[in-house]
Design a protein around this ligand. Structure first.
Ligand code: SF4
Ligand code: SF4
Length: 390
């Protein structure tokens, strides 16, 4: 944000358009402060020092940063951006959020899954002298472990998980501790998506490098959880890390990493690398006789550009769009899973029902978080699986 938070907020004319599209308002049974306009008003009151941090933080923490509010605001304001700033200003942080942030800073990975992040690449050929770096940012690999955290939360409750996070962040955490709770089937599922993505790129004539166990996470969650200063430091480290590896072109494979490295990171550091989304490199036109619907990711529609390259690949396929599509796409419930799992469940259910009601043969996602939240039946598949199969 280039202007001061005060100025930014003062542009709000209180019209409430943002409220109508904010997915968390509905999921919180219409409690005003869990909606976009409520967050803007709460930030105003907080900056006037009339409210305590404890009374406001859940409202900002529960924002999904989906930017649906920005898409409809006549004043060009994003309550998501305001929430991000407010989370940063708030000194009190959730123990689980601190645990994740410390892992990112210490291990370059929110859950320190170590070499487990590389298992998908066994037996595949990489070219260390290629100018293209295939950067998974460990996103698809982390999903089965995130799901394990959800299982533990449901089993033992949030309180115990927070106590555990408090202890673990001090003594150090290894993803191996989660291994007994991770479903092998899920690991195989996500590894096969990564292999599909690799094959789509290399079958299109692009050889890639992969950094294996050295590959760090992007740091996106530091921003999402309000650790701006830590992100600043991490971003500087990431730039130097890529430079030390001689990186020039980075192929990202998920929307969060793509928009972070292409747009958001530039507010913090000079990022002198070309950032590409993998679908840009795919040379294939799908031929499928049935119909599909697409869940377009918030980050590809409302962060810096409207990314629609997949339309060329899918041009020979009948697409039935859901009620919310293109820049009005609805969030899957995404990053809230960490701190507000019930809210995520409700938002994901609503979006899944909307996609299902199109009666399309397949529901395509293009983000690992969307895939996890919306994978309620076999019709839901990652776009790379669909392109590979048809
Ligand atoms: S849409 Fe914009 S101007 Fe209207 S209430 Fe929301 S933030 Fe304020
Ligand atoms: S970014 Fe999304 S969740 Fe956050 S206030 Fe805006 S519409 Fe609501």
């Amino acid at each position: 944000m280039k202007e001061s938070l005060d100025n930014y907020i003062s542009r709000c004319i209180n019209c409430g358009f943002c409220e109508a599209v904010c997915p968390t308002l509905d999921a919180a049974d219409f409690q005003a402060y869990y909606g976009a306009r409520g967050r803007v008003n709460l930030a105003k009151e907080f900056l006037n020092s009339s409210l305590s941090e404890d009374s406001v933080i859940n409202s900002f923490n529960s924002c999904l940063h989906c930017n649906a509010c920005l898409a409809v605001c006549p004043a060009g304001i994003s309550a998501g951006e305001i929430s991000e700033q407010m989370k940063f200003l708030a000194k009190r942080k959730d123990p689980l959020a601190i645990f994740i942030a410390r892992n990112i800073i210490k291990y370059g990975d929110p859950l320190n899954i170590g070499k487990r992040a590389t298992f998908w690449s066994r037996g595949l050929k990489f070219n260390d002298s290629s100018e293209y770096l295939l950067y998974t940012a460990r996103m698809y690999q982390l999903m089965p472990y995130n799901s394990a955290v959800s299982i533990l939360r449901k089993k033992f409750g949030n309180g115990i998980l927070k106590v555990f996070s408090n202890i673990m962040r001090e003594i150090g955490f290894s993803g191996a501790l989660l291994a007994p709770f991770v479903e092998r089937k899920k690991i195989e599922e996500f590894n096969s998506i990564l292999i599909n993505i690799y094959k789509l790129i290399t079958d299109s004539g692009v050889e890639v490098r992969y950094l294996g166990e050295d590959e760090p996470y992007s740091g996106a969650m530091l921003l999402e959880l309000g650790f701006k200063e830590e992100f600043n430091e991490y971003a500087n480290w990431l730039v130097n890390f890529f430079k030390s590896k001689g990186v020039k072109k980075i192929i990202t494979i998920d929307p969060h990493t793509y928009t972070l490295l292409k747009f958001q990171i530039k507010e913090y550091v000079d990022f002198p690398f070309e950032v590409i989304f993998y679908l840009d490199l795919v040379k294939k036109e799908v031929k499928f006789n049935g119909s599909i619907t697409i869940h377009q990711a918030c980050h590809l529609e409302r962060y810096g550009e409207k990314y629609r390259k997949y339309n060329e690949i899918l041009s020979g396929t009948r697409i039935i769009y859901p009620y919310h599509f293109n820049e009005k796409t609805l969030c899957c419930g995404g990053p809230d899973e960490v701190l507000f799992p019930d809210m995520t469940d409700k938002i994901a259910d609503r979006r899944y029902q909307e996609l299902k009601s199109t009666n399309a043969d397949y529901i395509l996602t293009m983000c690992p978080i969307c895939y996890v939240n919306l994978k309620k039946d076999d019709k839901v598949i990652d776009i790379s699986q669909f392109i590979s199969n048809f």
